[in-house]
Design a protein around this ligand. Structure first.
Ligand code: AHG
Ligand code: MN
Ligand code: MN
Length: 337
């Protein structure tokens, strides 16, 4: 049997080959991976661990927090604040940034996360996950503020997610392709199980919440109508549909076998650019998808080129197999704003 490559060995070898994983970034990734392991343990306990159900609080976006949203947020903060690799963190579950306390050394990186993605799936035992994005602290002149985080996604140093499903899988990019690691529960180590993941350019599978159809804009409606008309329609082939309602699980499927994922702008709340958050949901997923040969746009523009105006900014998302994302984007560009 060929020897198993651990996450640590993968990172050390990436550093040797490409020389772009400084020690602080390596530590950061290992610490996030360890935190995910600890979140996985809580997820697996389920009803036995008193981790199910809602907490009596709301987050900054006005969403009722689940117990596991709060637990996962705390696990990530506690794991990351003392190592000296970070200057500050930001999370879906915190109104403002969390600066590393003075008693710890300040590092060069900024970490953003969605501690628990797919909250509506926790209690029903469906796959959920953690999404993270790593930026560099570019301003060395002063202390740290929210403004330091407002960088476009193309400046990410690393990104990834962990999916807590039938298997616990960590998916990572440091800008040299996408690697997947499966948690070996017996040894507690992350084992490399896929390297240089590639998303097929074409697909027959789309993911969208169809219940919002009546609120969609014309280009989205056109695209989905054409998929639904199957072999007899303009696409000349039958399409399949999947919607897990955990972005991690939908993106994981797309990285594994292709597909296109859409969470478009819609008329329910026209002032919101979309539902998903740019900095800790869309950007890290866009980085992974592009690194795997796919595309990620907001319908008109590459997601990683969007310059955020605020930490909790939302964005429309179309990502996955290259030719489908290009088609959806072309339909948008051909239609007036
Ligand atoms: P979160 O649980 O972090 O708030 O994210 C949920 C997101 C995303 O994971 C998923 O794709 C989407 O919400 C599902 O939304 P709908 O319930 O509107 O389908
Ligand atoms: Mn989420
Ligand atoms: Mn979340």
């Amino acid at each position: 049997m060929s020897s198993r490559i651990s996450l640590t060995r993968y990172l050390v070898e990436q550093q040797r080959e490409h020389g772009h994983i400084p020690a602080q970034l390596r530590l950061l990734i290992e610490v996030v991976a360890r935190a995910c392991k600890s979140i996985a343990i809580s997820v697996n306990k389920g009803a036995l661990g008193e981790v199910l159900g809602s907490a009596a609080s709301e987050n900054v976006q006005g969403e009722i927090q689940k117990k596991l949203d709060i637990i996962s947020n705390e696990v990530l903060i506690e794991a990351n604040e003392w190592g000296g690799h970070l200057a500050a963190m930001a999370s879906e579950e915190m109104d403002s940034i969390h600066v590393v306390p003075n008693r710890y050394p300040q590092g060069e990186y900024l970490l953003l996360f969605d501690p628990l993605d797919g909250s509506s799936n926790i209690d029903v035992n469906v796959s959920i996950g953690t999404i993270f994005s790593v930026l560099r602290k570019v301003n060395n002149q002063r202390g740290i503020s929210e403004e330091d985080f407002l960088q476009p996604g193309k400046q990410q140093a690393a990104a990834g997610y962990c999916v807590y499903g039938p298997q616990t899988t960590l998916v990572l990019t440091v800008g040299e392709g996408v690697a997947m690691f499966t948690l070996d529960r017996e040894t507690g180590s992350w084992v490399l199980t896929e390297d240089q993941v590639q998303i097929p350019e074409d697909t027959k599978e789309f993911a969208i919440n169809m219940s919002n159809m009546r609120h969609w804009d014309a280009p989205v409606k056109r695209y989905i109508d054409e998929c639904l008309s199957g072999k007899e329609g303009p696409r000349g082939k039958d399409f399949n549909m999947r919607w897990v309602a955990s972005m991690v699980a939908d993106v994981h499927r797309i990285l594994t076998r292709g597909g296109v994922f859409l969470y478009p702008w819609d008329k329910r709340d026209p002032d919101k650019p979309g539902k998903l958050r740019l900095m800790y949901e869309a950007n890290p997923m866009a980085f992974l998808v592009e690194q795997a040969g796919g595309l990620a746009t907001n319908g008109r523009q590459r997601i990683m080129d969007v310059v955020p105006g605020k930490l909790h900014e939302r964005v429309a998302v179309v990502l996955g197999s290259k030719n489908e994302v290009q088609r959806v984007t072309d339909y948008h560009l051909a239609s007036p704003t």
